[in-house]
Design a protein around this ligand. Structure first.
Ligand code: NDP
Length: 286
């Protein structure tokens, strides 16, 4: 491949397909067992981006026939009160998924809140038990963005086994869980970060290159091997207002075999995977 032939991976379309399947399964679950999947979202404070994400999740739930419940709490809400709500939701049979929108205000320890969520209802896959299960090869709920990336690779029938996967970024929500998922699928995985020496040399080894650094257009054409599959997780807004990823799309699409655009690539998959985890919890724990 190469020569400007990259197939553009259509995350918007795949996410619609996945949500259509989830809707069908939710209808069957209701018919067969009278169970309606329920997702509760806790949002603390008035971060505008967080409010947009929560509104999207609410809308996505409605579209697939899930129940959704929002707790929009003021920024000065105490940790004890949040833990109290989490406790009530853990005990609530109509709620199968609990999500705490991050970031939380500084006076609240996110780990305390995440640790309080029943792991069976931890549809973000952030609870240490779910992280540990992924690590030991017995996953239950897995982090949504990396799961969405695997779903894209699978639906485009892109081979993972035996291939060199290089991930730029080692966060707990994207880079690290993705590394474990690709390893479980028998890729040879390298994880890069800000202390990685000679990053271009490492990224050029990749058959599958995932950029999850949050640094606009840092992956340039010279960092990519001909024919590589390039997945762009980053989302940044340039001063002029344009949304871009971590990948310099025009240059890299000249060399890649497959590439995800920003927007319309990985982004739409994250909510689809959240719905999938919620459905999974409703099916297995009611
Ligand atoms: P974090 O800031 O938590 O982590 C970024 C990681 O990238 C760190 O490990 C950091 O290294 C590494 N990194 C940053 N700059 C460089 C660089 N120049 N060279 C090498 N490594 C670098 O980010 P997240 O994982 O939360 O998110 C990453 C991006 O993905 C963001 O743009 C975010 O907006 C986007 N995102 C998109 C989602 C979606 O649904 N599409 C969902 C989640 C995130 P170090 O550890 O050394 O600091």
């Amino acid at each position: 491949m190469g020569n400007g032939m990259a197939v553009i991976i259509d995350g918007t379309k795949i996410s619609q397909d996945v949500r259509g399947e989830i809707r069908g399964e939710a209808l069957r679950l209701k018919d067969d067992r009278g169970v309606v999947p329920g997702l509760a979202v806790i949002l603390v404070g008035d971060d505008p981006a967080s409010h947009i994400y929560v509104a999207r999740k609410e809308k996505a739930c409605a579209e697939v026939g899930f129940l959704s419940r929002e707790y929009k709490l003021p920024g000065d809400t105490g940790e004890a009160q949040i833990l109290d709500i989490v406790g009530q939701l853990n005990a609530d049979d109509t709620i199968h998924g609990i999500l705490v929108q991050l970031p939380l205000p500084r006076h609240i320890n996110p780990d305390s809140v995440i640790n309080a969520i029943d792991p069976k209802k931890d549809v973000d896959g952030f609870h240490p038990l779910n992280v540990g299960r992924l690590l030991t090869g017995n996953p239950f709920h897995t982090s949504c963005t990396p799961s969405g990336i695997l779903e894209l690779l699978d639906r485009y029938e892109i081979d993972i086994q035996g291939r060199e996967a290089v991930i730029v970024g080692r966060s707990n929500i994207v880079g690290k869980p993705l590394a474990l998922m690709l390893l479980a699928r028998h890729a040879t995985v390298t994880v890069c970060h800000t202390r990685t020496r000679n990053l271009p040399e490492v990224t050029r080894r990749a058959d599958i290159l995932v950029a999850a650094a949050g640094s606009s257009e840092m992956i340039t054409g010279d960092m990519v091997k001909d024919g590589a599959v390039v997945i762009d997780v980053g989302i940044s807004r340039l001063p002029a207002g344009k949304l871009v990823g971590d990948v310099a799309f025009d240059q890299v699409s000249e060399k890649a075999s497959y590439i995800t655009p920003v927007p319309g690539g990985v982004g739409p998959m994250t909510i689809a995977m959240l719905l999938k985890n919620t459905l999974h919890a409703a099916k297995n724990f009611t």
